[in-house]
Each structure stands twice: as structure tokens, then as C-alpha cells.
Design a protein around this ligand. Sequence first.
Ligand SMILES: [Fe+2]
Ligand SMILES: [Fe+2]
Length: 473
Amino acid sequence: MTTAADYTEKIPNNVSLHEDRRLQRALESWQPNFLSWWESMGPALPTRDVYLRTAVNVGRDGWAQFGFVPMRDYRWGIFLAEREPGRAIGFGEHKGEPAWDRVPGEYRSDLRRLIVVQGDTEPASVEQQRNLGATAPSLYDLRNLFQVNVEEGRHLWAMVYLLHAYFGRDGREEAEALLHRNSGSLESPRILGAFNEETPDWLSFYMFTYFTDRDGKYQLGTLKESAFDPLSRTCEFMLKEEAHHMMVGTTGIDRIVERTARLMTENDTDDVTGHGAIGLPVIQKYLNFHYSVSLDLFGGETSTNVANYYTAGLKGRWLEDRRRDDHKLTDDAFMVDTLTEDGDIGQTEVAALTGLNTDLRREYVADCQSGVNRWNKILADAGLPQRLRLPHVAFNRKVGAFAGIEASPAGERLSADDWEQRQGEWLPTDVDKTYVRSLMQPVHERGKIAAWIAPPRHGINGKPFDYDYVHLA
Ligand SMILES: [Fe+2]
Ligand SMILES: [Fe+2]
């Protein structure tokens, strides 16, 4: 059964919003607040219109439309994936029972918290990327930035819908607070650390969309398993849009590595700064930073909260239905990273339920490695011996077992003094950041591209690279 999207309404949706006047009114009164947030915290570069994808339905064929839209008039809508008839809970103590259409009272505050934490990340990234338009390397890249921005805005709508529809007055208050907190704000920052970091340049943007958006993919993957069916269906549809964000990050770094590799071979040098490109050591440092702050987003190696969420059926594992175990895990054990009694970096066995953060982080790490392999293939194909690598999980951590120690990217423990002296070898220094920023000169001319990045192989929706993806104001 598909509910067709209703586009005649103020808020496009496939949740029959018109049948619930109170909810509709509540969301319609949140809408102007969202729009003024978008105006003041969203993309700063003035544009007339942008070639954007808009979600119009959730069906297998044709869920999105492409066309030029003024961003302020983007149709941010509410879309849940189709209901799976007779869906049963897939894990935890309620395994096999029917999925929930309502929020059970005993899990209300935990579910609300999970939705708020997820919801908080969506507008945060828009805020972090607010000023990037001014330095876009091409109109194609500019369009992709704006596509990611409007979709993160829609993901905020997705979470706000759940808060309004299922959590009453406190849900409405949380929806307001999602617009009130701001990335990097001293008084009311965003909830998670990585979402308060700056995204001041496009190398950071691609690293963010590769590593930090990918955390989002894994979090959404666990919420898609939820016994709370509306949350599950919301996340399933959001994952569809996230695939594009992953593509932007993956191919963005591909193209930077490709350009650098080309200049290295053409000029027979490792130092490409004279050619206006970004050297591999700087790329590695940015990778180290974004990867390590993204690892922190998965929380501590062990967590009793997350064990409880799993047992209750609120949050599952990545690809829960492909796991070959009892989906309850009450008798299972799991190895997690730890600091041993001697202060060494090692592993220890814990109850599988408390190790679920580590389980999810490992899935994520394996996925991140596939990107590194791609970039290394570009280097190998260019005949270069250099390689990029993921740093050790203990490197530069602020959350979890290794938060209190310092470690090198190779995983050796360091004294605080050693770290102080050597961190500039591994993390971007002010000199690196200033250099990268100096390259960020806007290329807003059709078909042109900045010197530090290669053009993409394909355009968007079958259009060529030199299409006029964005009309500036
Ligand atoms: Fe998102
Ligand atoms: Fe995203």
C-alpha cells in the first residue's frame, strides 16, 4: 500500500497529515521558525535557483524529481518508507512481537532522546557548511553542497515530525530546541562534538561528507531496525538520500587525490604546493582528524544504555537481519578495545550487549577502509608509492577508552609531552589550514574548475559537468 505524496499542501507528505488537523497546525506553526533558521543559518551565498533533487515519493521507481528551485522554496516534506505489512520486531526481548505504531510509555523518554540526538546532527551540518558556497571549486560542487544542505534540512523535518506526532508537548519543545542550539555556539552548542567543529574549506567538506555523514548512515541503519515502526520507516527513507551525501564525499576525495597524483607525476615531485594543489601529507592529516572525531560519535566502547536500547528493541545492529545469532545476545560475549591494567592499548572480553557501540564502530571502520583503498588505487594507478591510511582507533580520541591517553596513528602510546611535540605531524597545523584556505578561491563560472581538484567523471542526473547547475543572484 502506497500513500501518494500530497504536494498541494503547505507541507508535502505521505503521512496523511490533513487527517490530523492538530498535528498539521503544530507543524505549520513550526514551519516559519524553520524557514527563518534556514535564512539565518543556512547557505550564505545568494542564489537565484539551483538544480536540485526533491523527494516526491517513496516508491521503488521515481522517488525524486530534478529541477531548478529557489532554495527558500524547496519543498521540505515528510516521507516515510512504505509500511511492511505484519512487520515483526527483529531483536531484543520483544523479538517476534508486532512492531509498534505508538510509543510504549516505558520507552518514551529513551526514544525521544534517540530522535533528538539524531535530529540535532541534521541542521548542525547545514550550519557548519554555511559559508562554503563562497569558495566552491565549480558550479557542480556548489550544487552538490546545496543538495546536501537541503536534504539535511529535510532530515530535520523527518525527526521533527516524529517529535510532534508521537511525543506531545515535550516533543514540540524538543523541536523548538533543535532550531535553538547552533553548531559551535558557546551557550547552546549542538549535542555531539564533531558537529561543533568548523567546516572552513572544501577539503574539510569532503572529509566531513565521507567520514561524518557516514557515521549518520550507520546510526540511521540501527534506527531503521527499531521496533517503533514510524522511526524505522523514516530512517529507511533518509538512508536513500544519504547515499548521495556519501557519493559527494567519496568522489570529492577521489578527485583531490587524482589531481594531486597527476601533478606529482607530471612534475616529478612530492611537493605540489607550487602548483596550487594539496599535498598527500596534508590530505592524510585532514583524514586523520575527520576520521578520529567521527569515531567519537559512536560513544564509549561499552555502554549499558545501548545494551538497554537493544534489549528494549529501540535500536538494533547494522544489518540486524543478516546476523546469524539469536538477536537477543543475552549469553554472548564480544571483544572490545580497551586500555589494559598496565596502561597498554589492548582488547578485553565483555557481554555482547554492552559492546554494541564497538560492534557498530567496527562496521563503520571497515566501510571507511574501502574509501582509503579506492584512493590508494588512484595513487597506485598513477605509479606512485605513497599510500593513505586510517589511523589507529586510539589516535586523537576524546570519547571512550582512549580519551585519557595519547597515541600515534600507528597505535603507540605517547606521553603528553611527545604528543604535544609531534601532533603537528599528524593533525592539520595552522600552516596547513592557512595553505588549504588560500587555495579556496571561488570558481563560479560554468565548465571551469579550481586547480586543486579534478573534474568529476559524471555530472548530475545525466547532465554534463559544464551544465549551469546554479544560478547565482
Ligand atoms: Fe542527514
Ligand atoms: Fe547526510
